[in-house]
Design a protein around this ligand. Sequence first.
Ligand code: F6P
Length: 359
Amino acid sequence: MKRRIGILTSGGDCPGLNATIRGVAKAVYHQFGDDAQIIGINDGYFGLINNMCKEMTPADFSGILTTGGTIFGTKRTPFKMMQVVEDDKVDKVKEMKATYKKQKLDCLLTLGGNGTHKTANLLSEEGLNVIGLPKTIDNDIWGTSVTFGFHTAVGTATDVIDRLHTTANSHGRILCAEIMGNKAGWLTLYAGVAGGADIIVLPEIPYDIEKIAETCVKRNEAGKKFSIIAVAEGAFDKKEAKMKKKERAAKRAEAGITTATTRIAANIQNMTGYETRVCVPGHMLRGGSPSAYDRVLATQFGTYAAKLIADENYGRAVAMIESRVGSNLLKDVAGKTKFVPQDDQMVLSARALGISFGD
Ligand code: F6P
């Protein structure tokens, strides 16, 4: 039986997208041989809306296991706008369904994070055969213990913290590393532990600046000339925790504050007198070649998606569930975020070491 399989990557990229695409493709060609036709869709849902499709050949998937980025390109097409007709008068959902039909797809694979899963679920509810694969350096997708891209980013962020250690030590400074993670702090937590940060600040654990300053002072009194603070970009303090997102943003804009990290650094310097600097690795955390772990994970996820295709088991989100690759119903995971629980084992380990969460 012929299978025409559409694949797209949507949202922020991460290492391991190409390894996952390759995993799907190789397994699909292996199972269906010449009956398989993969259609690459460029630039995520934008490409699906605009029929930006290309028939791929097996050779297109060679040599991409180790490469960063995505061979299909990606774009952010926010879920909240999917059912809104904007000035261009395009009915996005209608157009995506039209492309699916025009390309005679039997199924659509969407590689992405939370927003991608939400649109995937919407398309599934609209009657398309959809399978989601969990990508993000943020590791915040509900129903899977791990997402591909996360471990590579942990490695990169850990390297940043390692490098900050030596220079912080030389100068006797406080160094704040701002780590990506707008909503969830997994990446900061893991890199903070792996890099031996002294203070870890997460969106899930609102901070008190007095506590952070206290930790720095105590370290100094104990003879430690420097401190390393790992801050998730989406962190906020205890006062801000009581505010809605918009109010928080407005208050920060009013005070001329861009991020929690810059504010923490300025406050710590004022309160303690210690020289303090900020380092923002930013998109470097999303770049580069996937780690061996992510290549393996991506391959497992990709081949599992091929099995779901063979079984015609659609409306699923591939996931790591209790250390085994499996899947959840898309509708059960779409729209939910996996935050760091207060009693997460890694949080408890960090606390056991004496790492402060500034709370
Ligand atoms: O979704 C992953 C992520 O890396 C977030 O941690 C970060 O806030 C965001 O992407 C930034 O993405 P962009 O600059 O591509 O909009």
